[in-house]
Design a protein around this ligand. Structure first.
Ligand SMILES: Cc1cc2nc3c(=O)[nH]c(=O)nc-3n(C[C@H](O)[C@H](O)[C@H](O)COP(=O)(O)OP(=O)(O)OC[C@H]3O[C@@H](n4cnc5c(N)ncnc54)[C@H](O)[C@@H]3O)c2cc1C
Length: 399
């Protein structure tokens, strides 16, 4: 590597979506000189349910207090079997008070979340480069990054790759991925409604996927409607008023008449997992490492735990006098993330596939599982706690 290109930056975070912005904030807060490379976030009408463990991470960063006034609490989650099948699960209600939480999490517009993160970055010591990373060359003692519009490459000890599902940085690290798809699409939109949601998220389980209404501030909810692609295309084609009536009909009018507030977006359902989250001085976080279907609000919540574990691994390396981009630090990070990522991917995949399965025994097992969750307190509380964050991770971090 050319020493003339060297500078003192320890970490470059490549990719400035929510995962990258949060990674840059956390790593700079822990005392690492950090550059964030990537364009500013585009307008994004989607919403994100940030679960309790994410709220704690954002709280430690001093950001949660700016997000909280913009977010709606999710105090209860109601599951309704709307499959119309022979074996149907009873309605199940999960209440956050049962596990001593004020709320499972909080739902916020991505535009609001991104604005708060941009503001926090502007007030932080993170150096911002609003350009795309081009060629990336990992070497024995550092990583060189060519950046569009800059004559000299950036040279850092560790590159944090948060440049999304088609990541260039992941390719540069030589990390392969496994991809899969589902025979479903998700339609997302935000609606206002006449009746209050009472801080309750309601999930109708249909034979083609979950139809979920998640509270927003006021009498408003975000919709994630997972269904067969042809059904979703038909819904996308309706005019706004007809679409709002269809949503009300599918929601059994529990929230009363509805009005569409945002545009509608459609996402084909797919999944992706990187074979490892770290190699060759490059650590993956967020959708660079794992892509989920939008079921169970897991994607960005898992990304925040990636970022927290990466911060821990870097801090441990520094206090042991080790290289933060070296093999020991990256192995520690990869080991910390493996169980969390694998169990979340398995959980979301199983939930979705058991819903799609027409096979009667599978429907019976699913129905029995929900019946037991509704009736057996300790099981219900275990499911709620594990849904918010995996308990084994908390034990590992405090060890
Ligand atoms: C419909 C839907 C609903 C969802 N709901 C939830 C939810 O309720 N809760 C939850 O936790 N998750 C949810 N998710 C998942 C969540 O939205 C994603 O996990 C999250 O947006 C991914 O953020 P990211 O920063 O990892 O990736 P991205 O947002 O894809 O960011 C990647 C960034 O990298 C930049 N980039 C790309 N190439 C380069 C380059 N060469 N150089 C520099 N920068 C580059 C891009 O411009 C972009 O800014 C949902 C997802 C969907 C689709």
């Amino acid at each position: 590597m050319n020493q003339a290109t060297a500078d003192r930056t320890e970490i470059a975070v490549v990719g400035s979506g929510p995962s990258g912005m949060i990674a840059a904030l956390l790593l700079s807060r822990r005392g690492f000189s950090t550059v964030l490379v990537g364009p500013r976030a585009k307008a994004d009408p989607r919403t994100t349910a940030l679960l309790d463990a994410s709220v704690a991470i954002l709280g430690d960063l001093g950001i949660w207090e700016d997000i909280a006034p913009l977010a709606a609490p999710l105090r209860q989650m109601r599951l309704i079997d709307d499959t119309g099948r022979l074996v149907r699960a009873p309605e199940t209600l999960f209440d956050s008070a049962e596990i001593d939480l004020d709320a499972f999490g909080y739902n916020v517009l991505n535009n609001d979340l991104n604005s708060v993160l941009e503001k926090a970055l502007a007030a932080s010591s993170v150096t911002r480069i609003e350009a795309l990373a081009d060629a990336i060359r990992p070497g024995d003692d550092g990583v060189e990054i060519d950046i569009e519009g800059r004559a000299t490459p950036l040279r850092v000890q560790l590159l944090v790759a948060s440049d999304g599902r088609s990541s260039r940085a992941r390719d540069a690290a030589g990390i392969a991925v496994q991809r899969w798809s589902y025979p479903q699409s998700a339609l997302v939109a935000n609606l206002s409604h006449q009746r209050p949601h009472d801080d309750t998220s309601t999930e109708f389980h249909t034979p083609h996927g979950p139809f979920t209404l998640v509270p927003l501030k006021g009498n408003r909810s975000s919709l994630v409607w997972v269904g067969e692609p042809k059904e979703i295309v038909a819904m996308q084609a309706l005019d706004d008023a007809a679409f709002a009536r269809e949503v009300e009909r599918h929601a059994k009018s529990i929230l009363g008449p509805m009005t569409l507030e945002s545009g509608r977006q459609v996402f084909p359902l797919s999944g992706m997992k990187a074979k490892t989250v770290a190699a060759n001085r490059i650590a993956l976080v967020g959708e660079t490492a794992h892509v989920f279907p939008p079921i169970g609000a897991q994607g960005l919540n898992l990304s925040l735990r990636d970022v927290a574990d990466l911060g821990d691994a870097c801090e441990r390396a520094r206090s042991n006098g080790q290289d933060i981009g070296g093999g020991a630090a990256l192995s520690a990070y990869a080991a910390a993330r493996r169980g969390d990522i694998d169990t979340r991917i398995f959980g979301v995949d199983t939930l979705n596939r058991t819903l799609l399965a027409d096979f009667l025994p599978i429907q019976m097992v699913r129905g029995l599982g929900l019946y037991l969750a509704g009736r057996v307190g300790p099981l219900r509380r275990l499911l709620m706690r594990e849904g918010v964050a995996p308990s084994f991770r908390g034990r590992a971090r405090s060890a």
